[in-house]
Design a protein around this ligand. Structure first.
Ligand code: NAI
Ligand code: MG
Length: 372
């Protein structure tokens, strides 16, 4: 029995291996925890017809924080076809457990630090140190979609559309509509989280990412709210940038940026870009954080082609565990863990395949564990 109660959701494929690797490091750190394992993901769906069963939801209600590995997901038809025979034809519909988790627990902050650890051979440039705050519950991911488009929706859209006419002549099944929904409160709270982080961590600059010149209603509102929050943080320099332009500028001048805040979709895009600048999927870690719960994960998926091979890089998950320690207030363990990761990378003796080496998943975990 430990001090913290931690939900442990390895999921599918390499999720299982990278979580086991992170656990080796957490144990060696002396992190006192009671781990509660939960089922989530594709295998769970195939067996039970639910990728995120009630018991896992209940488990998350009872823990201080959770680690999540990765899951497999497939399109609707494959989902139905792979169900256990007894579950087929019952109208069960696959829904993404990650999106459900974020919405159900209101994990509105998606925090993605992207730091180039010195000596990583796959750094885009040495010295990059960016932090992305992605809004995690609304925007284009709100889940309000029409395909086919019902008549009453078509009518409303037709009235709202002045210059764009083509869809007005179409039948409801000839086009589709996904709604981008951004609330004032949702925009305000993600902006505030980003500014507070910047202040707490001594970061000097914050960039608001949007496309408000074109997507006027929603991105306009997001920009307006973020700028209003900025007034409470006169110590942080603020600017804003269009999503398209910033993809270019981030590559060209990554040192001009520090903390970035964005609505859901743009945040998803720039966080992949930023992760690739510091070594890619083997290094991308993420925290899904709400008022009550934080769920920490590598950003990569289940990589079926490497599953069970003890081959992939566990550092993304180990760095996610570091984020969890920070969030739990275990600052000392978090910094010891990060220093160990940095030392292993700097020495360069242990490298997984993505870093150009031959070390296994567990070799890497052991190397980090040996230094904590
Ligand atoms: P993926 O992230 O699973 O893997 C893509 C490729 O990236 C791999 O084949 C491998 O070359 C590399 N890679 C991933 N993780 C790595 C690591 N730790 N170390 C070294 N290299 C690594 O993405 P993919 O193949 O598009 O999707 C596979 C499955 O994962 C799909 O079913 C997809 O829906 C799901 N997925 C789940 C996510 C999640 O659980 N958060 C996120 C992304 C995809
Ligand atoms: Mg993504």
């Amino acid at each position: 029995m430990g001090k913290h109660k931690i939900g442990w959701l390895p999921g599918d494929g390499i999720g299982v291996e990278v979580c086991a690797a992170a656990r080796v490091v957490l144990d060696r750190l002396g992190f006192e925890a009671e781990y509660v394992e939960g089922d989530i993901g594709w295998e769970c769906w195939r067996r039970e017809g639910d990728a995120f069963p009630e018991r896992t939801i209940d488990l998350l209600k009872s823990v201080d924080a959770a680690m999540f590995g990765a899951i497999t997901s497939k399109p609707v038809k494959a989902a139905e076809a792979e169900l256990a025979p007894g579950l087929q034809g019952k109208g069960l519909v696959y829904r993404s457990p990650i999106v459900r988790m974020r919405q159900l627990f209101d994990l509105y902050v998606c925090l993605r630090p992207c730091k180039a650890y010195p000596g990583n051979p796959i750094n885009f440039k040495e010295g990059i140190d960016l932090v992305v705050f992605r809004e995690n519950t609304e925007d284009l991911y709100a889940g309000v979609e029409f395909n086919p488009v019902p008549e009453e929706v078509a009518e409303t859209l037709g009235q709202a559309s002045k210059s764009f006419a083509p869809f007005k002549k179409l039948a409801g099944d000839e086009y589709a509509v996904s709604c981008k929904i951004n609330t004032r409160a949702g925009s305000e709270r993600i902006a505030r989280a980003a500014f507070e982080f910047a202040r707490e961590h001594g970061r000097k600059k914050l960039t608001i990412v949007h496309k408000a010149n074109v997507v006027r209603a929603t991105d306009g509102l997001f920009l307006e709210e973020a700028k209003a929050v900025a007034k409470d943080f006169p110590d942080i320099a603020v600017n804003d940038a269009n999503i398209d332009a910033i993809c270019m500028w981030l590559l060209k001048n990554p040192f001009d940026y520090d903390v970035l805040v964005a609505p859901n979709l743009y945040g998803d895009i720039i966080s992949d870009l930023c992760a690739q600048m510091v070594g890619g999927l083997g290094f991308g870690c993420s925290g899904n954080i709400g008022a009550q719960l934080g769920v920490f994960e590598p950003t990569h998926g289940s990589a079926p082609k490497y599953a069970g091979q003890n081959k992939v890089n566990p550092l993304a998950t180990i760095l996610a565990a570091k984020m969890m320690l920070d969030w739990l207030g275990e600052a000392d363990m978090a910094s010891r863990l990060e220093a160990a990761v940095a030392a292993v990378i700097a020495e360069g003796a242990v490298r997984t395949y993505d870093m150009g080496g031959i070390a296994t998943t567990m070799d890497m975990a052991e190397a980090v564990a040996a230094k904590v």
